[in-house]
Write a protein that binds this ligand. Structure first.
Ligand code: ADP
Ligand code: MG
Length: 633
């Protein structure tokens, strides 16, 4: 049998890996103690000095020494308690483990005790115990972590690295508990202070900063016994890693692949491959349907019903994304121009100064953020599935690519001159005399005016008090992508009167020829001509003949990069490529008529928000914004 000391050191190794894990445990204890304010202070990355102060229930004098014994916990008594754990701690290990490898000072007082308790421990052994005057709550100061375990000490990284791991641990707890105010002080400087007002957005705002917070959309949904709430990033504000995906299950930060996949599923075809959405999502499940006991550090969980959890997140996020407008507000300097410092004389682009004081916390209106529940969303889906895919609301709009080439729409003739005394049928020609603005025949719900097009790329539209800039390539690409996707099985192809000989790179040709069956489903019929040359006999109807070879080579590139595995995702990726190739190019001149159709389509459909790669289709500039820039207000 191991000596108590050795057993403690081994146990300590499991729970206390680095300063950040100590901080996590101490914060969890403070939360379990019902604290409203928690302050974490560190020096030297937490290695020499690490103090956590709370205003929780405190520890009674007679329990203080016990709390540092192994398997000493006040949170669980019998076997049945394990079935439904409501507290963050329950193993009774953290204090013992931390104490075993450091010098500790504890000062604590319960509300009903006249005096508090002060304890000092060295390597887990109590060396001082006295009564002191102190405020209610608990302060634990950990000094010289791992002073007696040099092997562990060697694994510690630079102070800066350990310090940011601690910071990240505090941030996670702050987002897990928006009802608690957290402060983090590093080497004497306050790095974080959350409001503790119960609003998750307040915590996100303090942690992510104004810009990122504004790029997040609220999510709220429930499905069976699972419910989720929180925020996810707009498809235009994704990240290069999954590090910004924060999931909390019943208030506990967790890592879980299932949760990430469910989130990412909702962003399919809206963001680029290799980009990841960010989120702060709270998942609430019955205590009995989740096992948090699978890992000593407790960041891994097992769900009883993985499918319910997956669906709840997937549909909840999807509904939030569908609800949100895809329009991105143009970013302008915040202060009116004259108050800005003079423009630099040469070279460097001008960057607006950051506001000196953080702006007031955003006010959140609860019902404004309520989105469809997964249940509502699903019932809507089943209704939609029965019908052919159609825009949800404005059925009257016909896809512009389906319209006959020339539509001389019989708009009501506007009579400018005083009406003649004798009514005569208006001559047909008068229709052609209409002003261009009147030709746009806005629908009842969507009224707008096309002002023009800049750089043969951005269509400028006035709608109410807002100017819209529509990227015509991005818009067209999305429209085509949706259309191609709707052609469920096979994509319409056109037979080429003269087959095209495409000379591809050897491996491209090989990839094409290995996948002829798949390519046929996409509308490409190809044969081997030998030596890297492929004969194209048919191409998708939407692709211009002049783009045929380039699009095939792009598809070959896709196939070669071969990360996708499921047929569905390969197909989606290939459809992206086809849509991109077939879409009107930016920088090419468009006819006013095509422009009008595109605008009509974009403004009347709900599903056109981002191009299939996640670039926005529409950017807005409000009258207010302009007025501010011109110093009218
Ligand atoms: P656990 O949290 O698993 O119970 P710990 O070793 O973390 O085990 O803590 C042991 C006990 O010490 C807790 O059960 C609790 O009763 C007490 N305790 C620890 N930290 C605090 C605190 N900040 N406020 C009040 N009580 C605390
Ligand atoms: Mg604990």
């Amino acid at each position: 049998q191991l000596s108590a000391h050795v057993a403690d050191l081994i146990a300590a190794g499991e729970v206390v890996e680095r300063p950040a894990s100590v901080v996590k445990e101490l914060i969890e204890n403070a939360i379990d103690a019902g604290a409203k304010n928690i302050t974490v202070e560190i020096q030297n990355g937490g290695m020499t000095f690490l103090r956590v102060t709370d205003d929780g229930c405190g520890i009674a004098d007679e329990d203080a020494e016990t709390a540092f014994l192994r398997h000493a916990t006040s949170k669980i008594r019998k076997q049945e308690d394990l079935e439904a754990i409501h507290t963050l701690g329950f193993r009774g290990e953290a204090l013992a483990a931390t104490a075993a490898v450091s010098h500790i000072d504890l000062i604590t007082k319960t509300a009903d005790a006249p005096l508090g308790t002060s304890l000092h421990l060295d390597g887990g052994v109590v060396t001082e115990h006295e009564q002191v005057g102190c405020p209610n709550g608990t302060t634990i100061l950990v000094r010289n972590l791992f002073y007696n375990t040099p092997a562990r000490m060697k694994f510690m990284k630079r102070d800066a690295t350990e310090g940011s791991a601690v910071f990240s641990a505090v941030q996670k707890q702050a987002m897990a508990h928006p009802e608690i105010s957290f402060r983090f002080i590093k080497d004497g400087t306050q790095e974080l202070h959350t409001a503790g007002d119960g609003e998750l957005m307040s915590a996100i705002y303090a942690i992510f900063g104004r810009n990122d917070a504004q790029n997040m959309l609220p999510v709220q949904s429930h499905w069976e016994k699972t419910s989720i709430s929180g925020f996810v990033s707009r498809p235009t504000a994704t990240r290069g890693t999954r590090a910004y995906q924060q999931f909390y299950v019943n208030g506990r930060y967790v890592k879980n692949r299932l949760l990430s996949s469910a989130l990412e599923e909702a962003y399919k075809n809206q963001i680029m491959v290799g980009r990841f959405p960010a989120c702060v999502l709270h998942i609430t499940v019955p205590e009995t349907s989740v096992d948090v006991n699978v890992h000593p550090a407790k960041t891994e969980v097992k769900f009883l019903s993985e499918k319910d959890v997956f669906d709840c997140i997937h549909y909840g996020v999807l509904s939030a994304l569908n609800k949100a407008s895809g329009r991105v507000a143009m970013e302008l300097p915040k202060k009116p121009a004259a108050q800005n410092p003079p423009l630099p004389v040469s070279g460097k682009p001008y960057t607006p100064p950051k506001p000196a004081t953080p702006p007031a916390k955003p006010v959140l209106k609860q019902d404004f953020f309520r989105t469809m529940s997964a249940e509502e969303y699903r019932s809507l889906q089943t209704v939609l599935d029965d019908k052919p895919a159609a825009p949800v609301k404005k059925e009257t709009v016909k896809a512009f690519y389906d319209l006959p080439a020339k539509t001389e729409a019989p708009a009501p003739a506007k009579i400018e001159a005083p009406a003649p005394m004798i009514a005569a049928p208006a001559p047909v020609q008068s229709v052609q005399l209409r002003e261009p603005e009147q030709q746009a025949l806005p629908m009842e719900e969507v009224s707008y005016r096309i002002i023009g097009e800049a750089f043969d790329t951005y269509i400028i539209v006035e709608q109410g008090k807002t100017l819209l800039l529509i990227d015509k390539h991005a818009a067209h690409e999305r429209i085509l992508f949706e259309k191609l996707k709707a052609q469920k099985l096979e994509i319409m192809s056109q037979v080429l009167l003269e087959p095209i000989l495409c000379s591809l790179a050897k491996e491209e040709a090989a990839a094409v020829l290995e996948n002829t069956a798949l390519l046929e489903k996409l509308g490409y019929f190809c044969e081997d001509f030998g030596d890297g040359t492929v004969i194209l006999r048919r191409i998708p109807a939407d692709i211009l003949i002049s783009d045929a070879e380039a699009s095939l080579s792009a598809l070959a590139g896709q196939l070669l990069s071969g990360k996708q595995t499921s047929l569905d995702s390969v197909r989606d990726e290939l459809l992206h490529t086809i849509a991109c190739k077939a879409a009107t190019k930016a920088g090419y001149h468009s006819e006013p008529r095509d422009r009008e159709r595109l605008v009509q389509e974009v403004l009347s459909r709900d599903d056109l928000k981002y191009c299939p790669h996640g670039r926005p289709i529409c950017i807005t500039l409000s009258e207010k914004q302009l007025e501010k820039q011109f110093k009218r207000v």
